[in-house]
Design a protein around this ligand. Structure first.
Ligand code: SF4
Length: 285
């Protein structure tokens, strides 16, 4: 097995198969300011949600397939050995980003739908140990599987691995169908899962804001969103902050032509409202 380096990685190239591997891919991240090793447990492009802004090509509804753990371990080992002991950084990464930041479970679907989620976390811990690394371990999730014992155990383990959960809440959770995520949600369900996540592992909320058919979320919707955050804080849910995203890259879903980016000033005004709650905000436009 070898890593095929197609071209030096740039901040705009997040192609999951750039290294020619099935599960593991390197990303140069603007947000993180360095290289992130991505682990994609959904090579089948299946997610239990269908967010209208989702950038997964050929997204289908479903769960992560069975992971070939031996192959994943081999790929992770190969990637880490190339980065730590080899010349991967020199060959493939622009000078200013030659820093290994984290290992992120962020694939083409919801990673926690994998029945082997906990095994994968253990495997990442073992790989880091082998290379004497203490990298941040990030889980990018829609939070929908947080009631499952093995997912909770995975988060508990992640907390010992400089773990961070990036928990998707795009709009204030209400009882009913959510257009943005194309899924029926219950507010109490989202609150329970968010509370669970924050209790187990440091948790950031990730929110993507944009206009639909030229219309941005109105003042009432934004007020409800900010109130929801305030309510969580008041209830003792320890949140690390909010990762606030605009539409950085085009959606690959049917609704793509209906979506447009919010003006920078609008995003910054929302950032200020959230920060007024005492929550740090990382804004990516
Ligand atoms: S949860 Fe993530 S992978 Fe799933 S549809 Fe939404 S953006 Fe895409």
């Amino acid at each position: 097995m070898s890593i095929q380096i197609v071209t030096p990685l740039t901040v705009t190239d997040h192609s999951r198969d750039i290294a020619g591997l099935q599960y593991v891919y390197p990303v140069v991240s603007r947000r993180a300011g360095g290289v992130s090793i991505g682990v994609n447990l959904n090579p089948n492009n299946a997610c239990n949600w269908r967010c209208v802004y989702c950038q997964v090509p050929g997204l289908i509804r479903g769960a992560a397939p069975e992971t070939d753990l031996a192959l994943l371990a081999e790929e992770l080992d190969l990637m880490l050995s190339q980065i730590v002991n080899g010349d991967f950084m020199q060959k493939a990464v622009p000078l200013e980003a030659r820093r290994l930041n984290d290992i992120a479970l962020s694939g083409n679907g919801e990673p926690t739908t994998s029945p082997q989620f906990l095994d994968v976390i253990d495997l990442i811990a073992a790989a880091q140990q082998k290379y004497h690394l203490d990298l941040k371990t990030v889980l990018i999730t829609n939070g929908s599987q947080l009631d499952k014992t093995q997912v909770q155990a995975g988060l508990r383990k992640m907390a010992t691995m400089r773990g961070e959960v990036w928990f998707k809440i795009d709009r204030v959770p209400q009882d009913g169908f959510e257009f943005v995520n194309q899924i029926a949600l219950k507010r109490s369900q989202v609150v329970r899962r968010l509370t669970q996540s924050a209790a187990l592992c440091p948790t950031w909320i990730q929110t993507c804001m944009f206009a639909t058919d030229g219309v941005l979320p109105d003042e009432q919707a934004l007020g409800q969103y900010v109130d929801f955050l305030a309510e969580q804080i008041a209830q003792g849910v320890k949140l690390e902050g909010v990762l606030l995203y605009g539409l950085a890259r085009p959606s690959l879903q049917a609704e793509a032509s209906r979506l447009s980016a919010a003006p920078a000033e609008w995003m910054q005004a929302l950032q200020a409202k959230i920060e007024a709650l005492g929550l740090p905000v990382k804004l990516s436009l």
